[in-house]
Design a protein around this ligand. Structure first.
Ligand code: ITT
Length: 200
């Protein structure tokens, strides 16, 4: 069984390969290098469907796409769907993260709460109406006041997930890849998708 992953973000490919292997080792996640559609949706679900539909159409394979981001409560859910481009058009992860830290420079705990959100679309070609599925995973936490750790990608160095021992809290940048993949918004969303993969 092959499934194409409609992303141009190599970090997402790595994470999905590990997450899928843990539950469905019979499914091979293949990369997608076809045309990149314009992501002009205003919700994670719209953008995930835009990406998955394009890859399913182009390859004829079942396609998965993740649209994700960080939603900061005190900013009304921003950056949200604009997370990849928060500081401009260049998809510059360090600039994005620094801008977010600046925007929160006057905000102290307990008001620095945020969630990582991953919405995954699965599009199965040929299955009109029943062939599109959308699931979401949310990972609650808060933003650190400074970046730490070199692991992961994007906003990982400033996100402190809930549920850690109070005297040993770390950002995801300080977590290992397998630790992140066992707990993340992406793996939470994928867990909801697993029952739907029986159709593959
Ligand atoms: P594709 O559209 O090609 O999949 P992308 O990186 O542009 O790649 P999105 O449009 O979904 O994907 O943007 C997601 C952004 O949200 C990503 O670039 C990061 O800035 C942030 N993000 C999402 N998941 C994250 C994670 O697990 N760790 C850190 N930052 C994350």
């Amino acid at each position: 069984r092959q499934i194409v992953l409609a992303t141009h973000n190599p970090h997402k490919v790595e994470e999905f390969q590990a997450i899928v292997a843990a539950t469905r080792p019979d499914v091979e996640v293949v990369g997608y290098d076809g045309p990149e559609p314009v992501e002009d949706g205003v919700t994670f679900a719209e953008n995930a469907l835009i990406k998955a539909r394009a890859a399913a159409l182009h390859t004829g394979l079942p396609a998965l796409a993740d649209d994700s981001g960080i939603c900061v409560d005190v900013l009304g859910g921003a950056p949200g769907v604009f997370s990849a481009y928060w500081a401009g058009h260049a998809k510059d992860a360090v600039a994005n993260l620094n801008l977010l830290l600046d925007q929160l420079s006057d905000i102290r705990d307990p008001h620095r709460t945020a969630q990582f959100v991953s919405t995954i679309a699965l599009v199965i070609p040929g299955e009109v109406e029943t062939g599109e599925h959308v699931v979401t995973g949310v990972w609650p936490g808060r933003l650190a006041e400074a970046a730490s750790g070199g692991g992961g990608f994007g906003y990982d160095p400033i996100f402190i997930p809930d549920g850690q021992p109070a005297d040993a809290e770390r950002t995801i940048g300080e977590w290992g890849a397998s630790e992140k993949n066992a707990a993340s918004h992406r793996s939470r969303a994928f867990a909801s998708l697993v029952p739907l993969l029986t159709a593959l």
